[in-house]
Design a protein around this ligand. Structure first.
Ligand SMILES: [Zn+2]
Length: 193
């Protein structure tokens, strides 16, 4: 499986098996890479409800007619039925300024569900339903694990709802012993073979 990094408000990843992880990049940028590599985008996996990860979800669904996948706890915000729980004033302001068009979630995943060959791994703390997606040693973490200095790092405290829970989730994800971590921010981290 090949993974293409698309950079925007957050990292999005397009895999050669037709999965786009997160929607922080414009549909046109996804389209260009999908065309270049002949990829049929079947799924949009959402790691969590933060604006920088779902901003372009509506456009992307329109462009590709792909199925949206998100965790049960974060689906309410993604679908616009619930207000996001904010970790602080700065974040509230960002949510207020950045209006995001909601999308309906076609597949609401539970911890451990397999979808399109990927395992959904709940990693709460950063948001109530933060979720990583795992396949063949590759782990897409959203902000549950970010990259700092080439190493796995915790999400920033000021944007994280429950730091203790985030630490437990961080350890849970690393215990999967992924070969490569694809974080929501920073560079992919290669841990082993
Ligand atoms: Zn986030």
């Amino acid at each position: 499986m090949e993974v293409f990094v698309i950079r925007g408000m957050s990292n999005s990843y397009l895999t050669s098996d037709g999965v786009l992880i997160d929607a922080g990049v414009k549909a046109s940028d996804v389209m260009r890479i999908a065309r270049e590599h002949g990829i049929d985008v079947k799924y949009l996996f959402i790691t969590h409800y933060h604006v920088d990860h779902i901003r372009y979800a509506h456009d992307i669904v329109k462009a590709f007619n792909c199925k949206v996948v998100a965790s049960i706890p974060d689906s309410g915000v993604v679908e616009g039925r619930e207000k996001p729980r904010s970790a602080g004033a700065l974040q509230s302001l960002i949510f207020a300024i950045m209006r995001v068009k909601p999308v309906s979630v076609d597949v609401k995943v539970n911890d451990g569900d397999i979808i399109g060959g990927y395992r959904a791994v709940y990693a709460p703390g950063h948001t109530p339903g933060s979720t990583a997606y795992y396949k063949d040693g590759l782990l897409f973490t959203g902000d549950a694990v970010v990259e700092h200095g080439g190493k796995p790092a915790l999400p920033p405290r000021s944007f994280t709802l429950d730091m203790d829970e985030a630490v437990r989730s961080f350890n849970k994800l690393l215990s999967l012993k992924p070969r490569v971590i694809y974080p929501g921010h920073g560079n992919p981290i290669t841990l082993g073979t």
